[in-house]
Design a protein around this ligand. Structure first.
Ligand code: MG
Length: 395
């Protein structure tokens, strides 16, 4: 038996190696690791994972050392997801794999980057970060002699592809099937989906306050924040503001995690499933919050959308970021000869397979792979006339 999980400790509805749908390219079994540990290790050693350090979700990367990056976000998601997964006797290694891989396909500049690239790619099939994450692990990482990508297990790939339109699902074979059949992903994937939300809602509050974009007084309008704020105020009336905020946020995370575990546990107990596929065949997620916390979570998300994500200072950054990526895309489409050699070869390879659409897809791959700071430098190199010297054009 491989090291790692003893399958006897797992619930019958957990994903296991014995129920796994395996990898696209056959490989010898790992020694001293289970299949999902191998997947996790492959992600940690990938270039796309390292780039997460310099990519952001809401704020631009270079603005301060204390703000979350996609890398620290992915680690927070992993921490939350593993706690939940372990408590529900799901496969913790698979959960960790999905958590650290879930954002690999994001363009630079967070959602602004996604929207800009999607707009640029409109005529060529669009750009969607979930699909791009799958593309990264299936095709774009170049690390192994015998196959493209990381050749991850079906279960890891299933978890990475969180959303997918019916149109795209048709081209994805077995993996796209669940979107057409309206099935659910594994319970491990469902845990990661919720852990992602718990992580970003709470850390966006923290980062938003730190930036001065939102404040405690405004946040008191949301019940999730208010409940914990009142408790902390009562217990520690003299606490300074920074510690008070952290104390509130850690209690909010705890409140959400505990509620999610207890609600999901009760549902799973009631259904008494005997195979992970039975969870997939349900009409809805089995992992979820109680009705009460679900409503409070929606209220918090609404608050963040209105007060933080649509704050005029964030909107300005968003606009600027979109302009940068759009200008890069158009410049490369106009003349592929300004692409660095690797990116140009990639475009030409795709052109052979897909025609002109291939060039656009190759450019989208190149841009999506950029970190925030790389995109800014690349923009400067191409558009700043002060950099009109050969020396500065050398990367
Ligand atoms: Mg995320």
């Amino acid at each position: 038996m491989h090291s790692g999980y003893d399958p006897r400790n797992l619930a019958p509805y957990a994903c296991t190696e014995s129920t796994s749908r395996g990898r696209i390219h056959a490989e010898a079994d790992p020694v001293h690791r289970n299949q999902y540990q191998r997947d996790r290790d492959r992600i940690i050693h990938s270039a796309a994972f390292r780039r997460l350090e310099y990519k952001t979700q809401v704020f631009v990367n270079h603005e301060g050392d204390l703000f979350r990056t996609r890398l620290t976000h992915s680690l927070e998601v992993s921490q939350i997801a593993r706690s939940i997964s372990r408590e529900l006797n799901l496969h913790e290694d698979l959960t960790e794999t999905i958590a650290i891989a879930h954002d690999l396909g994001h363009a630079p500049f967070g959602h602004a980057g996604q929207d800009a690239l999607n707009h640029c790619m409109k005529k060529y099939g669009g750009f969607e970060h979930n699909l791009q994450s799958l593309r990264v692990v299936d095709e774009l990482e170049e690390k192994y002699a015998e196959f493209p990508g990381l050749n991850l297990t079906y279960e890891s790939r299933e978890g990475i592809l969180k959303h997918c339109s019916a149109k795209d699902a048709k081209h994805l074979g077995e993996l796209g099937q669940r979107f057409l059949a309206k099935n659910q992903p594994s319970l491990e994937a469902q845990v990661c989906d919720h852990a992602d939300e718990i992580a970003y809602n709470n850390h966006d509050i923290d980062d938003g306050i730190r930036y001065g974009l939102i404040n405690i007084k405004q946040l008191l309008d949301t019940q999730l924040f208010r409940d914990q704020h009142d408790k902390v105020k009562q217990l520690y009336p003299d606490l300074n503001e920074r510690r008070q905020i952290h104390e509130i946020i850690r209690r909010m995370i705890n409140r959400m995690v505990v509620d999610l575990i207890e609600t999901s546990k009760a549902k799973l107990l009631q259904l008494n499933l005997s195979h992970p596929d039975e969870a997939r065949q349900q009409a809805h997620y089995l992992i979820g919050f109680s009705e009460d916390v679900q409503q409070q979570n929606l209220e918090l998300k609404r608050f963040l959308r209105e007060n933080l994500y649509r704050h005029y200072r964030v909107t300005r950054m968003t606009k600027k970021a979109m302009n940068v990526l759009t200008a890069l895309f158009e410049a490369f489409m106009d003349d592929v000869n300004i692409l660095p050699p690797d990116a140009k070869h990639h475009c030409n390879d795709l052109k052979e397979k897909m025609g002109d659409t291939g060039i656009a897809r190759g450019i989208a791959d190149y841009i999506a792979g950029m970190t925030d700071r790389y995109a800014i430098v690349e923009y400067e190199r191409i558009f700043n006339p002060r950099q009109l010297s050969f020396v500065n054009l050398i990367p």
